[in-house]
Design a protein around this ligand. Sequence first.
Ligand SMILES: C[S@@+](CC[C@H](N)C(=O)[O-])C[C@H]1O[C@@H](n2cnc3c(N)ncnc32)[C@H](O)[C@@H]1O
Length: 314
Amino acid sequence: MSYKLNTTDDYHIHTLNSLGWELTVVNALYPENSPCRRALLHNAPFGAQLFHFLEDKIPLARLKTVLEVGGGLGYLMKDFLNLNPNLQATLLDISPLLLQKQRETLTGYPVNYQEMDFLKMPVTDLRAFDLVILNENLGDFPTLFFQQNQAEQNDPDTIRSLSRVADYMKAYDLQFTPAENINIGALEVMEKICGAAIPYIYLSEHSCETSYSDPTFPHRNFTAAGNPEKISLQGHDEFTIKFSHLEKIARACRYKIFRGQYIDILPIALNDKVRAALRSATPLSDEQEILQQFIYDLHKYEYLVLINNSRKKG
Ligand SMILES: C[S@@+](CC[C@H](N)C(=O)[O-])C[C@H]1O[C@@H](n2cnc3c(N)ncnc32)[C@H](O)[C@@H]1O
């Protein structure tokens, strides 16, 4: 059997020249006239809706320091700082271009910026934060991609990663089916943030374990893949995330866990436009196509909110 280590760091450092190719949910909800906003109960950008969703689990008004990893265009943090101007925010990103975009979005806000691969951030620096946010980026971290019909000729990085997988299986009782793709980078991120005993953690990403089943809208139903799926994007590939494995690491580190789909954070308004888009087998207009993709994402994305009772601050 053969695996190939899929990475995106080179793309993010050297090639990425726009986030336009990847319409994240945060970016889709940013414009006030976004058709996606009209599909929701609350007409507000993502960061504001997330802030209010988290408020009853995390004492956001009393937190002092927040680290956002991979903040894209900076929109989520802008909402957080508008809702709690006392937060000391640090934005860490591997992409020099996106850090520049974050600076532009957050001009006038007192924010620290760090250009770095999060996997290389020292744990001692990480411990300074009350809250760590990773929104829609775990799929960018390295993944071991199973190669069907390939002779076993793994390169040194892949061999090192496979040996780490064996460590994780043992330490956290993780199990993998023989041909499964492995979110090795996401596992490493989890071990790092949970191991640092960060009091509060929020993360989200496309999941390979969600499904949607509603007999009213049979064309929109989908089943859980179970195996991290490859998503081919401009200049790089990402993978969906096996959240049950992340959950096991968090549990082993004694975190209290809230897990769910984006629809919990962004409740849908089942108005006529939304119903028509959900019913239609193929989109009848550009707006329907946008709504179908958006509502699929609301079911496909999962989040974890993790609370560490041993070092709780605020
Ligand atoms: C798909 S974008 C998501 C952006 C934003 N969080 C959002 O939801 O719109 C992925 C982000 O993660 C960053 N990123 C990817 N790999 C990273 C790494 N190893 N370390 C730090 N940031 C990384 C990218 O540069 C980008 O800002």
